[in-house]
Design a protein around this ligand. Structure first.
Ligand code: CP
Ligand code: NVA
Length: 301
């Protein structure tokens, strides 16, 4: 049987993504009821982190425990990956011993190379280009609060980064309209926007982009690896904060999401992220439930 990977949302079909979403909701209910469900007994997930993480590490590691399996935390500081062992060799060796590999890294090509040489599923836990696991949680969160996202309007305000690009994929896979408000020079990859021209639009004005939207989303202005650009970006993104005025342009029942960690009063005002329309804590918790559904889908055989 061919091995399935999860490098972007597009590695699953639309139907499979809906199955995973509904399964995430079911697993959440089961966990809250104290039900033991261990389809991954004796299975191991290797977790390679080349960048920092709170939510991703905790959700994958806890998820594996709850599913009856085990997770290995591997940092480049303590493995040969950090001393230059080729990705190809690492993929062959690690995948000969474990049942799945989760990796958070820099260039997206690294996860693609891992996938090419791995005999077990590779899960992208964030690259410079995409963060698909976060989208599983975001889509589950929207569904739980508002029902199907199909046909809705989502507004992304901020950097055209890995999260924004995953939202472009999500617009296609979950069938919604996406408006992106970002300053010039910080757009998502033009070919990705062009491929989805029927549903993705770049609007330079944040309030205009937010008008009548069902969901407003943002993320940090400087991602991991861009720390030295922080100052420059603070100036470039000054007109792209989600605050009460921007939120007021959206529908009355619009939700606010942020993958976290957040900088209050930079990309989002404290009033919005801590306000009634914000669902960021559910969104963070759903990383656990959504990824358990993904792990079960990819690894329980
Ligand atoms: N949202 C997210 O991926 O958080 P961490 O960086 O803490 O894993
Ligand atoms: N865009 C952010 C997301 C962090 C979860 C980053 O890549 O640092």
């Amino acid at each position: 049987m061919t091995v399935r990977h999860f490098l972007t949302l597009k590695d699953l079909s639309k139907e499979e993504l809906q199955i995973v979403l509904e399964r995430g909701i079911a697993l959440k209910r089961m966990q809250r009821a104290g039900e033991i469900h261990e389809p991954l007994k004796n299975k191991t997930l290797a977790m390679i982190f080349e960048k920092s993480s709170t939510r991703t590490r905790i959700s994958f590691e806890t998820g594996m425990t709850q599913l009856g399996g085990h997770a290995l935390f591997l940092s480049p500081r303590d493995t040969q990956l950090g001393r230059g062992e080729p990705i190809e060799d690492s993929a062959r060796v690690i995948s000969s011993m474990v049942d799945g590999i989760m990796i958070r890294t820099f260039e997206h090509e690294i996860v693609q190379t891992m996938a090419k040489h791995s005999r077990v599923p590779i899960i992208n836990a964030l690259t410079d280009d995409y963060h698909p696991c976060q989208l599983l949680a975001d889509m589950q969160t929207f569904y739980e609060h508002r029902g199907s996202i199909q046909g809705k309007t989502v507004t992304w305000i901020g950097d055209g980064n890995n999260m924004c690009q995953s939202y472009i994929n999500a617009a296609e896979m979950y069938d919604f309209k996406l408006r992106i408000a970002c300053p010039e020079g910080y757009d998502p990859r033009p070919e990705l926007v062009a491929e989805n021209a029927d549903r993705v639009e770049i609007i330079r004005n944040a309030k205009e982009a937010a008008t009548n939207s069902d969901l407003l989303v943002t993320d940090v202005w400087a991602s991991m690896g861009q720390e030295e650009e922080q100052r420059l970006r603070q100036r470039a993104f000054a007109d792209y904060q989600i605050n009460a005025e921007v939120m007021a342009c959206a529908k009355d029942d619009a939700l606010f999401m942020h993958c976290l960690p957040a900088h209050r009063d930079e990309e989002v005002s404290a009033e919005v992220i801590d306000g009634k329309q914000s669902v960021v804590w559910d969104e963070a918790e759903n990383r656990l439930h959504a990824q358990k559904a993904l792990l079960e889908f990819l690894m329980a055989k």
